[in-house]
Design a protein around this ligand. Structure first.
Ligand code: BG6
Length: 491
């Protein structure tokens, strides 16, 4: 099937399960609007919202318009909406009521030759039922693709069950498992940095790199997702997917090409080489926390257990730090410290690669106490790459000081970076699987996470408290200090 061009983009039917939900309104519909405004969506495309509420097409379009206005701000234009709005329609389907699917079948009839994208932005507990009913209604054809929003299950067993159900309906190349971090411009830049430049490769290994830190910090709390989050926790919500995927891209061997399976094969090898963290090590190599009341930025925040919808006795973690080790020739002995949490002091995602000290100093005086080189790749909120080098500070004495070579990518390119879902939707329509997770990757990630979860469940102490607005519990600093390092909180 032709993929179309910017002048002539391909028509498609996108069926959005969870069509009235938060993700659809906040991210997916604005992303589709942006693609349309950029001329990347055919006027013959259709976006069909599907949910349980009873809504007319007009009512659905009105909700979508309000959401796009809100989330796109100054980028929203009435003139664009006038052409985009008519692509939207709505079908009421109760995900558990088999007969409702006939209504959807009616809406799709006669468009079998087009790409048909089913986006399941519902809880994973509904994935299996939706797939069964779609298959029974006979509306999944060879041109269909199934996009699955994370989390894919809650452990290896449930992920495998979901994969079996979806896999019974369509082939693996029709399944697009989302980790929206892979769609971020900056994550692609990590690939560009590593594989577009010869400079770093000889240094990208043990002996040259002393340790790696990956921090994804949020100021937000649980917002309106209390029920989901309290069931899930940070380990499953963020580490199993986003942090491990970032680590894979950072640590994988150079793939032979940028094709989906070439990249995914290499990521899988990293996941499979992760040293398991079982009961005995879990308390030393991981730290989990739950926020208490505090101040984030300038705002007061209540304790996690006082948030609306959270069980006051909840032991769900809102912070995780882990020391991960990759048992390969390239990475043996190089710790990867992963850290993520809610209600932290800043909204920032950053990778810090710290190199080894010089093997021998020819300078006397303070030099040896100066820090080693460090490459900082900031993913958000701004996108920049900074290399810390040591230089002589002016004056008579030979005194070395760290200075930063800084590259602000926003400034350099002066172009709007794509939102993750803009890219991922575009890739799914075009049939490009590179930025989507393959079944074996998802299951390998769960296989590493599950024993950590089990060890925590067996630990009576539960998550350690930290004040909202701080960098997590004391156990997090202790975890990294044991190896003689410290978190980079200079963000
Ligand atoms: C989601 C998590 O996958 O990622 C949320 O479910 C989290 O809890 C979000 O807030 C963070 O994404 P981003 O793009 O804002 O860093």
């Amino acid at each position: 099937m032709p993929h179309g061009t910017r002048a002539n983009p391909p028509a498609f039917d996108l069926i959005l399960f969870g069509g009235t939900g938060d993700l659809a309104m906040r991210k997916l519909l604005p992303a589709l609007y942006r693609r349309f405004a950029d001329g990347l969506v055919s006027a013959d495309a259709r976006i069909i919202g599907v949910a349980r509420s009873t809504l007319s097409d007009q009512e659905y379009a009105a909700r979508a318009e309000a959401a796009c206005r809100l989330y796109l701000g100054a980028d929203f234009q009435d003139a664009v909406w006038a052409n985009f709005g008519p692509l939207l329609s709505y079908v009421r389907v109760d995900a558990n009521a088999t007969t409702d699917y006939q209504r959807l079948a009616g809406r799709l009839a006669g468009r079998d030759a087009l790409v048909r994208l089913f986006f399941l932005s519902t809880g994973p507990d509904l994935f299996a039922a939706i797939c069964r009913d779609l298959a029974a209604a006979n509306i999944v054809n060879a041109n269909s693709r199934i996009m699955l929003e994370k989390p894919l299950g809650e452990d290896a067993a449930s992920a495998s069950r979901i994969n079996d159900t979806v896999g019974a309906m369509v082939s693996e190349r029709q399944i697009y498992r989302i980790d929206h971090y892979l769609g971020k411009e900056t994550v692609q830049n990590l690939m560009a940095l590593r594989f577009g430049n010869a400079l770093f490769e000889p240094l990208w290994r043990r002996g040259q790199i002393s340790n790696v830190q990956i921090t994804v910090a949020e100021q937000l709390g649980v917002e309106k997702r209390a029920e989901f989050f309290d069931r899930t926790g940070t380990l499953r919500d963020m580490v199993q997917n986003h942090l491990l995927q970032l680590m894979c891209i950072l640590a994988m061997e150079p793939p032979a090409t940028n094709a989906a399976d070439a990249v995914r094969d290499e990521k899988l090898k990293v996941l499979r080489a992760l040293r398991p963290i079982g009961d005995a090590e879990a308390l030393l190599k991981t730290a989990r926390g739950q926020y208490r009341a505090g101040i984030v930025g300038t705002s007061k925040a209540v304790a996690y257990v006082e948030e609306a919808g959270i069980d006051p006795a909840s032991r769900t973690e809102t912070f995780v730090a882990i020391k991960a080790e990759i048992d390969t020739w390239r990475w043996a002995g190089v710790p990867f410290y992963l850290r993520t949490g809610k209600r932290l002091p800043q909204h920032v995602a950053e990778i810090v690669v710290t190199f080894e000290h010089v093997p021998h100093s020819i300078f006397t005086g303070r030099f040896n106490s100066e820090p080693p080189n460090r490459l900082v790749i900031r993913l958000q909120p701004d996108e920049c790459i900074t290399l810390r080098i040591l230089a002589k500070s002016p004056g008579e004495a030979m005194r070395l000081k760290p200075v930063d070579l800084a590259l602000d990518l926003g400034e350099s390119f002066k172009a709007r970076p794509l939102e993750a879902y803009e890219r991922l939707l575009g890739d799914a329509i075009a049939g490009n699987l590179t930025l989507f997770m393959r079944r074996d990757e998802v299951e390998a990630a769960w296989n590493w996470i599950d024993p950590i979860r089990a060890a925590w469940d067996a630990d009576d102490d539960g998550p350690r408290p930290y004040a909202a607005g701080s960098w997590g519990p004391a156990t997090s600093s202790a975890l990294i200090a044991r190896d003689g390092f410290a978190w980079n909180d200079d963000l």
